[in-house]
Ligand binder design. Structure first.
Ligand code: ADP
Ligand code: ASP
Ligand code: MG
Length: 415
């Protein structure tokens, strides 16, 4: 089987959804399973619903309405007639959502988040599956929560591979399946999510469990570029990337492929193609058992909204094992992601990402034991296969607060 993944950008409006049809017709869709994300920026819009609900804000109804209208507009633009059944399905889903919000008793933000945000993918797959059916491409919509089973770490769930494999293996290659990216279910059937941008990972999970021949991620860019085109003027298309190189890039924060995607594919030697859904003639990028990187060129990875924290002991003692392990324990407790560390005799510097809004709480705990200074909103640049020209290019972007270099990889924290 082949796995196709369409992200939010490739299903952001009626035109792009019609373009999905072009892709399918051009590539063929026999023995295919399609993974689809929420449309456009709908996951962000659902996050607003979660916040409004959680904070008892009067914006709740408005937020739900705007998400509902967004989908209705797409349906209006997509379906000429025969839109009643899908409008009915849409109302059913919004009815379920309102029902959940009305009866929910849990105060667990992450749990509520997953129950609500998951509707983005349920809506997009229902609409697209139904549209494809009406134009004669027969699809089978499946609820990914019946297949991908996870633990209860809401918003960042861990896959139970054993159960998931058993579930997925019942899929046959006769159908054109459509399913949701990003979602899973815990043992009680409650929706879980695999982390933002997690639909790539979903595609890899299916590919791994089915022993698929390939995964293709369809994008609004030509493939994996050597830098994020939103921040770098000149970029180069990477034709081939080895699994290891791609894992390294994802580890340092290259957002074009979700970091968890690669291991399940490498493990079964399944190639990953990243291709443009506009230029179907282009081959894009192949990630697989290929030479490390072609063309060999410096690659830039940018992570914004970082916090650079410097920590020293209150009694001026050395920063050694016991303080460091203490600090890491606290960082872990507050789910602060560590993207770079640097240690000297008296000071420990760490570049953090505060995904879950815990930095204030972390700070208030740690200041009782250490002197802490920090600079927020800094950028972390990682250059793989760095050369002097590449370093100069980054250094021109601001003031260097910290620089670290290991085996061809240079990292700079810039303000
Ligand atoms: P999707 O909807 O498929 O998840 P995203 O919008 O999340 O797609 O990601 C596609 C965008 O990622 C591109 O439009 C591009 O701006 C950005 N991007 C960041 N880094 C890279 C890179 N190294 N190569 C290609 N695109 C990149
Ligand atoms: N819709 C989810 C998100 O925006 C998952 C994904 O797009 O991959 O994070
Ligand atoms: Mg995305």
């Amino acid at each position: 089987m082949k796995i196709f993944k369409f992200g939010g950008a490739s299903v952001k409006d009626a035109d792009t959804i019609k373009n999905v049809v072009k892709v399918l017709k051009n590539e063929g869709f026999k023995n295919t399973l399609i993974v689809i994300s929420a449309m456009g920026k709908m996951t962000n819009a659902f996050e607003k619903i979660v916040d409004a609900y959680y904070n008892n804000s009067e914006d709740l109804a408005t937020n739900i309405n705007s998400v509902r209208n967004f989908h209705i507009t797409i349906i209006e633009n997509l379906f000429e007639d025969k839109k009643q059944p899908i409008l009915f399905e849409l109302e059913l889903l919004f009815g379920q959502l309102s029902g959940f919000l009305a009866i929910n008793k849990s105060a667990n933000y992450n749990y509520i988040y997953d129950q609500v945000v998951g509707y983005g993918e349920l809506l997009s797959t229902k609409i697209i599956s139904s549209y494809l059916n009406t134009i004669g491409i027969l699809t089978k919509w499946i609820d990914v929560r019946d297949f991908i089973k996870t633990d209860v770490s809401y918003r960042n769930a861990t896959v139970n591979w054993q159960e998931t494999k058993v579930n997925i293996q019942i899929l046959d290659s006769q159908n054109l399946y459509i399913t949701q990216g990003f979602l899973g279910a815990d043992s009680k059937g409650k929706t879980t999510t695999l982390g933002r941008e997690g639909s790539d990972y979903t595609a890899a999970i299916f590919a791994h469990c089915l022993g698929a021949e390939s995964v293709t991620i369809w994008k609004d860019v030509d493939g994996v570029l050597n830098a994020d085109p939103r921040y770098f003027k000149e970029t180069v298309l990477l034709n081939q990337i080895s699994y290891n190189e791609a894992i390294e890039m994802a580890f340092y924060g290259a957002s074009v492929i979700h970091p968890k995607t690669l291991k399940p594919l490498e493990n079964k030697n399944i190639p990953l193609y990243v291709r443009s859904f506009y230029n179907l003639k282009n081959k894009g990028t192949t990630v697989g058992k290929v030479p490390n990187l072609l063309p060999e060129t410096p690659c830039f990875i940018l992570k914004n909204k970082q916090i650079l924290v410097s920590i020293t002991a209150l009694d001026f003692s050395f920063m050694v094992e016991h303080n460091l392990s203490d600090i890491f324990k606290i960082l872990h407790n507050y789910k602060l992601k560590v993207n770079l560390i640097q240690n000297s005799a008296l000071s420990f510097s760490v570049c953090l990402e505060d995904k879950f809004n815990n930095f204030e709480a972390f700070l208030s705990q740690i200041v009782s034991k250490y002197n802490v200074t920090f600079v927020s909103n800094v950028a972390l640049y990682t250059i793989r296969h760095a050369n002097q020209k590449a370093i100069d290019l980054v250094e021109k972007k601001g003031t260097v607060l910290l620089k670290q270099s290991t085996k061809g990889t240079v990292q700079l924290i810039m303000q």
